[in-house]
Design a protein. Structure first.
Ligand code: NAD
Length: 451
């Protein structure tokens, strides 16, 4: 099929490369010309494991452009909208990029039936809004008698950064929200190799054992949009739940690691998203929980569970700094090494990263912060140059003369550091990730979260 993907961020790049790998002719379009220039050289604008390698395999099936006119929309079967939907100050999602994309698609549509798939996370009810915008723009740009033949459906994206390629080839489910049979048939055909799991696994991305098919859930558009928010909010509150239990564990002398394990072995609960620590960050959970609360507000409803999950999450960042302060007593003038800056391992994404709030708090309390990250330093230097943090290319540079260490992101290389060679300063392990027994054996004092 002929596919156009609008937006070459984390979601768009994965969608485009996966669909090209499955044999479709894919065009990826982004208004950011720098990103398109990079892609034309075979380089990806975002860091995601296996993305660049898989891109090299599909160069014959994929092309890149920053121009809607050159995207050949009249001959395209399926257009994916994957542009950003960041938070506005009141928690609502900022839909300006979705609007711009919808207008540009409508201006360039031809007579062939085209399915417009909204993969951006948009507030419940936005699919209808996108369709309305498109009708408006189609009519004002096609006064030569052409008939409208497009349909907007919702197919929310559930990938997790850091394992996005794996999640896109082997998703737990695909959700399609549409009342239009023709659109559903188009998407069933497009997603068939994923639904049937009959494509050869790409190098480095083996198919999970036992995976023979992926369920497709077809529902109405509003329900599809709601599934995305409800799923993200549930995962977010699972993390906050374990962090709340962790706060009590700390008081009563229990170890949250053992408690989590004991809870997670219950198959009804499951062990994922039950790690106590600095909580969630990233572009989705914070923004999507805020948007869900804002949508409820429009209907004069409150969402107390989700509001509490947010409060606990952002409180964990303060808690980690308080724990360090309690240990050092005085933070003023102290050199603190932060290990990890991205919001989680295997990504260079800094959106809502705990490291940012933690750095601000430490600096406010007078500490001197040096930070290292294996892949996010160039983003950190360009986006946070005024934060007051010294970004270090080598982890040794961040650790030099440090009077305390805080592990913020659980990159495997921090666990594998030559700890014997590092001076025995206090460590706050914000992810309960380091080998505590080994470190204590070496003479480090290790402060975990909820332990
Ligand atoms: N990142 C994730 O893990 C994830 C997971 C699931 C869902 N989502 C949702 O998917 C959407 C995209 O997220 P992302 O992380 O990929 O965003 P991103 O910011 O990485 O990428 C968005 C891209 O869209 C481009 N863009 C903006 N306006 C455009 C326009 N009018 N035409 C063409 N390109 C345009 C931007 O230049 C940018 O490159 C968001 O709604 C997000 O909530 C993200």
């Amino acid at each position: 099929m002929k596919v156009l993907v609008i937006g070459t961020g984390y979601v768009g790049m994965n969608t485009g490369v996966v669909l090209a790998y499955l044999g479709n002719q894919v065009t990826c379009l982004d208004v950011n010309e720098e990103k398109i220039a990079l892609l034309k050289q075979g380089k990806t604008p975002v860091y995601e494991p296996h993305l660049e390698e898989t891109l090299q395999l599909v160069l014959n099936n994929i092309r890149f452009t920053s121009s809607y006119a050159e995207a050949d929309i009249p001959n395209t079967d399926v257009v994916f909208i994957t542009v950003g939907t960041p938070s506005l100050p009141d928690g609502n999602a900022d839909l300006r990029y979705v609007r711009q994309a919808a207008e540009s698609i409508a201006e360039n549509l031809g007579e062939k039936f085209t399915v417009i798939v909204n993969k951006s996370t948009v507030p419940i009810g936005s699919g209808n809004w996108v369709e309305a915008i498109m009708h408006e723009h189609f009519n004002s740009n096609h006064n030569n008698g052409e008939h409208e033949d497009f349909n907007v459906v919702s197919s929310p994206e559930f990938l997790a950064q850091g394992s996005a390629m794996h999640d896109s080839f082997y998703p737990d489910r695909i959700v399609v929200g549409s009342h239009c049979e023709r659109s559903v048939e188009h998407l069933q055909e497009l997603f068939a190799p994923i639904l049937r799991q009959d494509f050869p696994a790409p190098p480095g991305l083996p198919r999970p054992e036992g995976l023979t098919e992926v369920p497709l859930l077809v529902c109405d558009l509003t329900s599809a949009e709601m599934i995305k928010y409800a799923a993200n909010a549930f995962l977010a509150l699972k993390i906050s739940y374990v962090n709340e239990i962790g706060r009590l564990a700390n008081k009563v002398g229990a170890d949250i690691q053992a408690v989590s394990k004991g809870i997670g072995l219950d198959k009804r609960i499951g062990n994922r998203f039950l790690n106590a620590g600095l909580g969630w960050g990233g572009s989705c959970f914070g923004k999507d929980t805020a948007a869900l609360i804002a949508t409820a507000r429009d209907y004069r409803l409150e969402m107390p569970i989700i509001e509490s999950a947010r409060a606990i999450n952002y409180g964990q960042r303060v808690l980690a700094v308080d724990l360090l302060q309690e240990k050092l007593k005085i933070l003023k003038g102290k050199h603190i090494a932060l290990l990890g800056f991205s919001f989680k391992p295997n990504t260079d994404d800094l959106r809502d990263a705990p490291a940012i709030d933690i750095s601000k708090l430490l600096i406010q309390r007078g500490a001197l912060v040096r930070a290292h990250d294996p892949v996010a330093l160039s983003n950190a230097r360009s986006q946070y140059k005024d934060l007051g943090v010294v970004f270090c290319d080598e982890v040794g540079e961040a650790l030099k003369d440090a009077e305390a260490i805080m592990l913020v992101t659980e990159w495997p290389e921090y666990r594998a550091l030559d700890w014997k060679a590092i001076p025995r300063v206090p460590i706050v392990d914000g992810r309960n990730y380091l080998d505590r027994e080994m470190l204590e054996g070496l003479g480090f004092s290790v402060i975990g979260i909820g332990r």
